[in-house]
Structure formats: C-alpha cells, structure tokens
Design a protein around this ligand. Structure first.
Ligand code: PMP
Length: 438
C-alpha cells in the first residue's frame, strides 16, 4: 500500500495478487528461507520467530541443521574442495573480489581468458564467452541474435530468462508444446511453406530455443529429434544447458554427450556455472564468428561488470576436476555418484507411491503436490524433521501444478538418502500426496 500513493497507478503489484485469498502471505515462510552456511548437502537454516517474512529473524541467529534437498549442487562443488578452494582463495588474494570494470573496459583478467578457452574445449565448440550471471546470459544474448522480423520458437516450459530475452528481442515469439518435436514441426510448417516463394517465408531468421534438462520437470530434452526437425526447416538451435552441463553425459559434457548429439549441430550453446560447478555466471559457446559478434554487441558483456575473478577460478578448478586435469579420477566418480544417487532416489520415491517427474539419470526430481495448499504443509513438516526442500508454485509452474523440487547431489551419502526417504515418506502420508499408493 505504501508503494502506491493515492491518485497514482500502482507502482508495485503485490505478488499476492497471483494467489486466491492471500495464499502467498500465509505460506511465505516456505520461500526465501535464509541460511547460514554454504549450500552443501547439509545446511544451517535460520529459524524465524514467526511464519511472517516481514517479522524479524531470531537474533543472534538460531539455526537448524538440515539435510539439503534444494540446492543445484549436483557434483558437490558447493562445499569446500581440496582442489578448488585453495585456488579460489589464491585468486581472491591476487585479483580481488571484483574487476570493478566491464569486460571491454579493463575487466578482462587472465582468468576470464583461461575460462573461455576451457569452456569451449569442454563443450566442444570453437569459441566461448562468459557472463557474470546466468540469467543475463540468456536475457542479453537472445536480443543480440534476433530482432524485429525474426521468429523465436520456444519450448512452452523454458526458463524465465529465455522468456525475458525472447520478449525483449522484439522478434515474434511462438511456443511449441513442451519437448514435442512433432508440435515443433507443426509450428515450423505453419510458418514456412516449403518450396513456396519468398513471401511465404516471412521471417528473417528462426531460432528454436530448448533446454538440456528442464528445471521444473527434471526432463531431458529430446534433442536428437529436435535437431533433425530444425535442420529440415533451416532453423537455428539455441540450447540452454544450465542444469545439464556437468550433470549428465558420461564425462559431464551435458545433453549432447548423453544423447549422442554432435555439438556441431547446435548453433548456440548456453549454460550456467551455478549448478554443477558450485559457482556463478553463464556462458555462450559457438563458432568463432558468433562469439566475436556477441562480444561486440551483447550488453551483458559490454555494459556489465565482468564475472568476479574468484568465481571464474572456481569454475576453472571444478571443470578441471570434472575432466580429470587435477590428476585424479574424482570428477568421474562424482559423475557416477550423482547418476547412481538420482536413479536410486527417484526409483524409491516412485515405489512409495509418489508422482515423481523427470527422466532416468536426471538429478532434478519434482514430487507433485498439485494443490497449492499442500505447499506449506509439505515444506514445514519436512523442515520440522530437519529436511530442507524447495517447493515451487505459480508463477514458476501452473497454479494447480505445485510441486516439491528435489535436487540430488553426488555429495549425498547413502545415509542422507535413506534419511530423506524416510522423512518424505512420513510427510507424504501426512499430506496425502502418495497418489499411486494402492
Ligand atoms: N537457464 C535455466 C534453464 C535456469 O534454470 C536458470 C536458473 N536456474 C538460468 C538459466 C539462470 O541462471 P542463473 O541462476 O545462473 O542466473
């Protein structure tokens, strides 16, 4: 109310507007939970005095040690690491915490150069560039690639950063049914009458945007079929690997490696360092021409302060562990462990009768709650039993498709997983979400 003085159109639209009967107000303690530790497999969640976010936290902070099933710490690099952490500390001492300049204005350090070479090599593309934020990677790259007169065809469940970038590009945006190459082809066919004169192909260019693993679904992209369709209609492919790079594929190279797709068939490869690498920022990888072009026009590159050097060093170190350049097989073991943990956990949850989304090998596994009223019950009861879960709801999902989104890590031990299963099972009975229990 304070933000909207009388006579003015509202400046702030309340988040609560989205929900019937002020639901968000009543469940806000389930979101924005502050923690007082690194996002490892166990975290210290700060206790609140009440469920009202606007009320103060206990001071001095009282914390609750919880098993963490919410962070994207797929390979366990969120924790201090014997290879990464000393190098990150060294880079902090050498370069400081910030470049205090954009990449073009003196903010490019030797670490940025090293990281870009490493990323290109890792994903199998001729060149790469990095950004300080994953969200900004999508939202400032897409408008650089396409504008008025262009067509973006976007998967219906693509991330907000893609939607934001697509809308602000000024191009026409059309959506195809989630992960459906058939529907993608229909949309392409409607927009290109093959063999017809120029007037029937009204778009300057077409970019199809998909994700490697869908973050709210845990589903792996049907990339092979999508690439085939795009080739047939001469549409470019833009692939967001935020959740798949470093998480799937035998050597962690993401969805291309997992599905046997040649990276050469992907025109623009995007990914983030905020998941498997335990760091921050994002990348675009592609041809030398593409990267040179983006470096000359992308606002996220030209007008934003460069990625923090210790953050870059964390990615370099984690990536070297993944590819074995630290001289050990820890990377390969982490990859095998996250796969084993994910497949075990999903299978056990399904056996218990939960509706669990996502594909084999995917570390993202949403447990369907459906009714938004089940969000607080599920979340609070898990927390009471020292298990921290992330619940997602509108606007991140449709209103009646609320879910708890579990992220499994290589650093979860067998005991962690057993404890989590026991708690989730008990709470699942309490809130009646074992939809397949007979
Ligand atoms: N793309 C996808 C698919 C994502 O899930 C996310 C965020 N989780 C982003 C981009 C944005 O990345 P970041 O959080 O690193 O800014």
């Amino acid at each position: 109310k304070d933000a909207n003085p009388p006579g003015y159109a509202p400046l702030c639209r309340s988040y609560e507007d989205f929900y019937a009967r002020r639901l968000y107000h009543r469940i806000q303690d389930c979101f924005n939970r502050p923690i007082a530790s690194a996002p490892e497999s166990w975290i210290d969640v700060i206790e609140r005095e009440s469920s009202d976010n606007n009320k103060t936290l206990h001071r001095p902070f009282k914390t609750r040690r919880c098993l963490n099933l919410g962070s994207y710490n797929y390979l366990g690099f969120a924790a201090a690491d014997e290879y990464c952490t000393p190098r990150v500390i060294e880079s902090l001492e050498k370069y400081g915490a910030s470049t205090c300049a954009s990449r073009v204005d003196g903010g490019t350090t030797s670490l940025h150069v090293e990281l870009e070479e490493l990323v290109a090599r890792f994903v199998g593309k001729p060149d790469a560039m990095v950004y300080g934020m994953g969200f900004a990677t999508n939202s400032t790259t897409l408008p650089g690639l396409i504008g008025k007169g262009g067509l973006i065809i976007s998967d219906s469940l693509n991330h907000a950063s893609i939607i934001f970038g697509a809308r602000s590009s000024g191009s026409k945006v059309k959506v195809f049914q989630h992960n459906s190459p058939q529907h993608l082809e229909e949309v392409l066919r409607e927009n290109i009458a093959e063999g017809q004169p120029r007037t029937h192909r009204p778009w300057k260019k077409i970019i199809v945007v998909v994700e490697g693993i869908y973050s709210m679904e845990g589903e792996i992209c049907r990339l092979k079929e999508i690439v085939q369709v795009c080739k047939a209609y001469k549409a470019y492919v833009y692939l967001d690997e935020a959740h798949s790079i470093g998480a799937i594929g035998k050597t962690g190279r993401g969805v291309c490696e997992h599905l046997g797709v040649d990276p050469a068939d992907i025109d623009v490869m995007m990914g983030t360092f905020t998941k498997s690498f335990g760091s921050s920022g994002g990348y675009i990888a592609g041809s030398k021409d593409l990267i040179a072009y983006l470096k000359s026009i992308s606002p996220g590159h030209m007008y934003a302060t460069a990625m923090s050097p210790p953050v870059a060093q964390q990615v370099i170190s984690a990536m070297k562990v993944i590819i074995g350049e630290d001289g050990t097989d820890r990377g390969a073991r982490k990859l095998a462990q996250v796969r084993e943990n994910s497949n075990y956990f999903r299978q056990e949850l399904r056996k218990m009768g939960f509706e669990v989304l996502g594909d084999r090998d995917s570390p993202v596994m949403p447990i369907m709650l459906y009714n938004p009223a089940k969000i607080p019950a599920f979340s609070r009861e898990c927390l009471r039993r020292n298990v921290a879960v992330v619940t997602v709801a509108f606007p991140a999902t449709p209103l009646l498709l609320a879910r708890a989104r579990i992220c499994i890590s290589a650093s979860h031990t067998k005991e962690d997983l057993e404890q989590a299963l026991e708690v989730i099972s008990e709470v699942g009975d309490l809130v009646h979400i074992k939809y397949f229990k007979h």
